[in-house]
Design a protein around this ligand. Structure first.
Ligand code: MHO
Length: 291
C-alpha cells in the first residue's frame, strides 16, 4: 500500500503452507488489478495495486472457499496495520468487520469500532493554501480524511476554468475540499496540519506561485468552524514559529466549483510532479514548546 490504500484484510488471510501471505480476496475488488506475467518461462497472473500500480504478488486458482482464489502476496509490498492501529491510521471504518467476524478486539480498538459503527458522520473543511496539487496530496493522507476534491472558491465567477482562476479573473482561490470522519480526526487537527503544510505568511503567494488564486484562506461553513479557525490562527500566530505575521483569511464559505478532472489527484497521476508543499515539524499543540 504505497499509496495508503487498504488492499487486503487479515479476515481474508489463510495459511496456504507456502510461507507467502495468502488471501482469498482483496478488501475491495477495485483496489487491485491483474496483468499477465510471462517472466521465468511461466504464464502467471500478476497482481498490482490499482492506484499506485506497484507489484504485489500473483493470483492462483487453488485457494480455499469462499472464492477458490489464492492471492499470493509479497510481504515486502504490503504494510501491515495491526487491528489496534487501524483507527489511529485512519482506517477505523474497517473495524466493525472484525467485530462482526467475532475477532476479540483490544479495548481501545473496540471503542474505536463502536465509534466508527455509530457514526458515518462526515464533516468538511474547505481550505486554500497555494497550488491545490500539493495541498490535496498532503491532506488526503491525513488520518480520518475520507475524500478530497480540488476546486475554486472565494471568488465571483460562476463555472470558472483553471485559466480564469490562474489569471485572477473572478478572484477565486485554488482550494481543497476535505471530507473527514469526526470520529477519527477533528476540524482543529486538520487546521493545525494546514498551518504546517503551507506558509500562511505570504500574501497572495505560495512558494513561487503568485496571485490571488494562491492566497491562504479558511472558508468556514458554520459558527463553530469560524470560532475554531480564529482560535487556531491566533495560536499559530502567537507561537512565532513562522516568524512573520499569519495572513490567512477566515471567510464564510460560498460556492465551491470543482476543478477540471486533470487537476484532481494530480500528484497521484504524476508522481514527482510540481509541488511547493511540505510538512514542517512545528508543534502548535503545545504553545510553550520551542523548536
Ligand atoms: N506553478 C504551477 C502551479 C500549478 S497549480 C495547479 C504551474 O504553473 O504549473 O496552480
Amino acid at each position: 500500500m504505497v499509496s495508503g490504500v487498504p488492499l487486503f484484510s487479515s479476515l481474508d488471510k489463510y495459511d496456504s503452507g507456502t510461507g507467502w501471505p495468502s488471501f482469498t480476496r482483496p478488501i475491495d475488488p477495485n483496489a487491485v488489478k491483474t496483468v499477465q506475467d510471462r517472466s521465468l518461462s511461466m504464464v502467471r497472473t500478476e497482481v498490482r495495486s490499482a492506484k499506485a500500480n506497484s507489484h504485489l504478488g500473483h493470483l492462483f486458482d487453488d485457494g480455499p472457499a469462499p472464492t477458490g482464489k489464492r492471492y499470493c502476496m509479497n510481504s515486502a509490498a504490503l504494510r501491515f496495520v495491526p487491528v489496534e492501529r487501524l483507527a489511529a491510521e485512519g482506517y477505523g471504518q474497517y473495524l466493525p468487520a472484525f467485530e462482526k467476524a467475532g475477532v476479540k478486539l483490544p479495548a481501545a480498538a473496540a471503542a474505536a469500532a463502536a465509534a466508527a459503527a455509530a457514526s458515518d458522520k462526515r464533516e468538511t473543511a474547505l481550505l486554500a493554501g497555494g497550488c491545490f496539487w500539493g495541498m490535496q496530496d498532503l491532506l488526503r493522507k491525513q488520518p480520518g480524511v475520507v475524500r478530497t476534491e480540488v476546486g475554486y472558491t472565494g471568488g465571483t465567477l460562476e463555472h470558472p476554468k483553471y485559466d480564469d482562476v490562474h489569471a485572477g479573473r473572478g478572484g477565486h482561490a485554488e482550494a481543497v475540499k476535505v471530507v473527514f470522519d469526526p470520529a477519527v480526526t477533528s476540524y482543529e487537527d486538520i487546521l493545525l496540519f494546514f498551518f504546517r503544510m503551507h506558509d500562511p505568511t505570504t500574501k497572495n503567494q505560495q512558494g513561487n506561485d503568485v496571485g490571488v488564486s494562491y492566497r491562504s484562506a479558511i472558508f468556514y461553513e458554520n459558527a463553530a468552524q469560524k470560532k475554531t479557525a480564529e482560535e487556531v490562527r491566533a495560536r499559530v500566530d502567537a507561537s512565532g514559529k513562522w516568524r512573520k505575521p499569519v495572513v490567512t483569511e477566515i471567510i464564510a464559505a460560498g460556492p465551491f466549483w470543482p476543478a477540471e478532472a486533470e487537476h484532481q489527484d494530480y500528484l497521484e497521476k504524476h508522481p514527482g510532479g510540481y509541488t511547493c508543499h511540505y510538512v514542517r515539524s512545528f508543534d502548535f499543540k503545545s504553545p510553550a514548546a520551542k523548536e
